[in-house]
Design a protein around this ligand. Sequence first.
Ligand code: ADP
Ligand code: MG
Ligand code: MG
Length: 219
Amino acid sequence: MDIALARTWVQAIAAAVDAQKDQLTQLDSAIGDADHGANMQRGFVAATAALAEQEPAGPGDVLVKTGSTLISSVGGASGPLYGSVFRAIGKTLAGAGAGSEPAADARRFADALSAGLESLQRLGAAAVGDKTMVDAYVPALEAFQQAAEGAGDGGKAGDFAAAARAAAEAAEEGMRATTPLQARKGRASYLGTRSVGHQDPGATSTALIFRALADVTAA
Ligand code: ADP
Ligand code: MG
Ligand code: MG
């Protein structure tokens, strides 16, 4: 991942959020407070605006800036959670793709995604099965890692695209698997058993984020 790809990724997330904000809001109206679409849109509109004014040294800078902007612009739980994920991914990529340094390959990006998960769980304390964004993130990370490991020296662009595609598919599967679960974290957990039978909004936006990565790396 280089600067251009990092920017394109964030722009693709913003576009996907814009297209799917009504669905995100509908899901959040069933088991939350009906603001997930608006929260995601506010955050990613602010992030793309912040990036337009930035002269990043590398893709890490792009993603740290994205994370900081999400934290400062989104009031809901998803702002600080996704903000910390993007900041951690960006910090882990520091140096890659800057100046004469090579862009981050699939293995390096897998490490960055792993740091993102650590940060997400440090802040939100959710585990797989709690019906949150973690349910989409963990399988996506595992699929990405597996593909990156299998990719030999991992340096080729095609390897990155294959890893991103595998991650997107795993995230979508994880997202669908939240439907029968009872929420144990966040607002949906206040509903107790009434949260069963609804797909989690945050797992849905996490799947969207990984699908956007697959789309921009395939292009
Ligand atoms: P809010 O709940 O503050 O209105 P959003 O609607 O933007 O925030 O985001 C809700 C989503 O955040 C949930 O669907 C869930 O996936 C995710 N979420 C909530 N709490 C946690 C947590 N502790 N850890 C991980 N994800 C969480
Ligand atoms: Mg909400
Ligand atoms: Mg809210």
